[in-house]
Design a protein around this ligand. Structure first.
Ligand code: SAH
Length: 388
């Protein structure tokens, strides 16, 4: 089938963006069903690319190829091989994001590799219809022990897709032991959040090591499996307090401490907002604090309340730091830009009455690349803040 854009609406696609919004389409020809492969044309009939179409979605077309080629098992094998080669430049182990959706030119598809198990998330009806090809390509290329779908998230409703998780091929144990940068983690793909493990903070977790002096007291807030705090303990922290609202995350975090023979830690289960406030009232002090919250807003509508939330946790964290100590503060809300986040840090400092300097930024993990022509692919930002 064919989709023809309104006049001038080809420009964003020509600049390298991969989405077409429904209001940019003039007409469709030979409609072959929602979620089908479609060819995209400019208003004056120039072929722009091949992709998937869903007229019920606001993002009606997602471009997958600039050629008129078959999108089948072989196509995915080539794409996955190429993605693996890129990852191999940076990672010598087998724990990385193999496909990062749009930034790997496979819109709506996330694949994380945990050694010989692959965890998949699919965000569009068109990609869902290609799932069999995706699974077959992974099997042929990697001979995996298991392929698991973690499609249990609300966004899929926008595409008319149901939420589900389960095994697509092989099996998955409840304990995959990953050794990443000399730290051991237990990964349970089905029970863990998102794909089962957060790979995007790998380089930022490593930075923790730079700021640790022997015996330091560390607070890892929104810790999940404990990646930041575990790196702090690895470098000689005296004590780490892990905070999360999920009892599963904290039990995994404890387990991970055990795997690495770390004993000098505490866990605190609950709402981080309340815990930070309580610690500030008790005048507790730490030498390093990490704040890595979930996204506070999935849409532009809630930016104001998200900002207020960030200011609350950041200002309380600043109050909790000894003089000349570091706050590592992150935001994974796409709608909070770097400038907005810098402003949040500034306001938090004023609120806490502390003097601050920014001494570093969040690192992009090379398996989570950003397409500059597609700002939607950038979500993680962060500042390393010296508080005195
Ligand atoms: N820092 C982690 C990733 C954090 S993901 C790492 O390096 O892997 C965000 C975490 O915040 C999740 O584990 C989630 O359970 C937790 N969370 C969400 N809302 C929370 C709240 N209000 N209080 C405490 N934890 C919360």
């Amino acid at each position: 089938m064919k989709i023809i854009l309104k006049k001038n609406e080809h420009r964003r696609i020509k600049s390298g963006h991969l989405w077409v919004f429904s209001n940019e389409i003039e007409c469709e020809k030979d409609f072959s069903g929602n979620g089908c492969i479609a060819d995209l044309y400019s208003n004056n009939n120039n072929f722009l690319g091949r992709g998937v179409y869903n007229k019920n979605s606001l993002i009606a077309f997602r471009l997958i190829s600039y050629k008129k080629e078959d999108i089948n098992k072989d196509f995915f094998m080539k794409a996955f091989k190429n993605a693996e080669n890129k990852r191999r430049i940076f990672f010598k182990d087998n724990f990385y994001r193999l496909i990062n959706g749009e930034s790997d030119y496979l819109p709506g598809l996330i694949i994380d590799r945990f050694n010989n198990r692959f965890s998949i998330q699919i965000f569009s009806l068109g990609m869902e219809n290609l799932k069999e090809n995706i699974v077959d390509a992974l099997i042929e290329l990697f001979s995996p022990a298991g392929i698991i779908e973690k499609n249990d998230f609300d966004y899929r409703k926008l595409e008319g897709l149901e939420s589900r998780k389960g095994i697509l091929f092989g099996d998955t144990p409840d304990e995959i032991i990953a050794e990443i940068d000399n730290i051991k983690y237990r990964i349970d793909i089905l029970k863990g959040q998102k794909t089962g493990f957060f790979l995007d903070q790998r380089l930022n977790r490593l930075k923790t090591r730079k700021f640790i002096n022997k015996g330091d007291k560390v607070l890892d807030v929104f810790c999940n499996d404990g990646g930041f705090g575990l790196n702090a303990l690895f470098s000689g922290a005296g004590n780490v307090t892990f905070v999360d609202s999920s009892d599963y995350s904290l039990s995994n975090c404890k387990y991970n401490c055990g795997l690495n023979n770390f004993t000098n830690f505490l866990t605190e289960e609950g709402n981080a907002f309340d815990i930070l406030k309580k610690y500030a009232n008790e005048d507790r002090k730490f030498n390093l604090i990490i704040l890595d919250p979930p996204s506070f807003t999935k849409s532009k509508k809630y930016i104001k309340s998200a900002e207020a939330g960030y200011i609350e946790i950041n200002s309380n964290a600043m109050k909790l730091l000894e003089n000349n100590s570091v706050l590592m503060s992150y935001s994974c809300s796409h709608h909070i830009t770097v400038n907005m986040f810098e402003n949040i840090i500034m306001k938090s400092a004023a609120e806490s009455g502390r003097k601050i300097e920014i001494i570093g930024h969040s690192e992009i993990s090379p398996d989570h690349p950003i397409l500059p022509q597609m700002p939607e692919t950038e979500y993680l930002k962060g500042f390393l803040v010296l508080v005195n």
